[in-house]
Design a protein around this ligand. Structure first.
Ligand SMILES: NC(=O)c1ccc[n+]([C@@H]2O[C@H](COP(=O)([O-])OP(=O)(O)OC[C@H]3O[C@@H](n4cnc5c(N)ncnc54)[C@H](O)[C@@H]3O)[C@@H](O)[C@H]2O)c1
Length: 283
């Protein structure tokens, strides 16, 4: 069990979507929030909503891909709050591109934010948690950290790597009071597709088309995602699956570990896979 009330919770990428939903849910449960993002206006909006509920929150502009900035952020949290109790490495970006057309620069953009951002956030805050002797680290992967989909090799690489790193850390922390969870959301109705990089782009309107297609497919709200993450933290779950879609895909991967693709990719599937079959990104 992880106690939430009265604890200092750091959440990255909290200006939008799952990060915002989780921040608000944890504030409802009595946590003090330290939220970060690159998006100043979105961060202020999240803070406003928390304060309107009588919650405690402070905001920080931090690029998770900037290692020095993440360490400086951890230092500020140590000075201002005596360290974090719970850290949720949530900030992330998506990208649609086939491997044959994926430049190293674009690949690194995803890895630097999604993977290295999570590593920096874990390693910068872990010493504070170890000093306290208890706490919780939560890293947000994806259902695409459990199965791979065409046109998402970079995103899949980052999200599988988050799972590998996080499960190793959980094993390392066994026998301590430091808990570690990996989150695997299915489709959550957020701005992830609107903010995604679409490579091989030919149509100007296609980003909006992909985003509205995603909005229809993604059944879970960010508020519900926040609730599921908060419950998973409270129960110290190793793996937090969000949404029925995530549960079904996880089951399919267990039943057909190497041939799930035969069932899944007969037609377009999945929140971010609109361009998967043709190799043409839809924006
Ligand atoms: N929405 C989904 O269906 C879904 C599914 C699986 C996993 N996820 C994961 O959930 C996490 C949150 O995504 P979301 O769906 O809420 O998307 P979102 O786009 O609504 O929110 C992501 C937030 O991360 C911030 N961000 C991006 N780059 C950053 C950087 N370099 N430094 C700091 N902040 C940065 C953005 O400004 C934004 O506020 C991501 O890691 C994403 O991969 C989302």
């Amino acid at each position: 069990m992880t106690e939430i009330s009265g604890k200092t919770v750091v959440i990255t990428g909290a200006a939008s979507g799952i990060g915002r939903g989780t921040a608000i849910e944890l504030a409802k449960r009595g946590a003090r929030l330290a939220i970060s993002d690159l998006d100043r206006a979105g961060l202020a909006e999240t803070a406003k909503r928390i304060e309107a509920m009588g919650g405690k929150v402070s905001t920080y502009l931090v690029d998770v891909a900037d290692r020095d900035a993440v360490y400086a952020f951890a230092q500020e949290i140590e000075s201002a709050h005596g360290g974090a109790d719970i850290v949720i490495n949530n900030a992330g970006v998506a990208q649609i591109a086939r491997v044959d057309a994926l430049s190293y620069e674009d690949f690194e953009w995803v890895m630097n934010i999604d993977f290295w951002g999570m590593v920096y956030g874990t390693k910068a805050f872990l010493p504070q948690i170890q000093k306290k002797g208890e706490g919780h680290i939560v890293n947000v992967s994806s259902i695409f950290g459990i199965i791979s989909v065409p046109s998402q090799a970079a995103y899949n690489s980052a999200k599988f790597a988050i799972r590998g790193f996080t499960e190793a850390l959980r094993h390392e922390m066994k026998g301590t009071r430091i808990n570690v969870s990996c989150v695997h959301p299915g489709g959550i109705k957020t701005n992830i597709v609107r903010n995604a990089r679409f490579l091989q782009s030919t149509q100007a309107t296609a980003r909006e088309e992909a985003a509205s297609g995603f909005d229809k497919l993604a059944r879970t709200t960010p508020e519900k995602a926040g609730e599921t993450i908060a419950n998973g933290i409270a129960k110290n779950k190793a793996r937090i699956l969000i949404g029925t879609d995530a549960k079904i895909i996880d089951l399919l991967q267990r039943i057909l570990p190497s041939s799930y693709g035969k069932i899944m990719f007969r037609r377009e599937i999945g929140p971010l896979s609109g361009a998967a079959e043709t190799g043409e990104a839809k924006a």
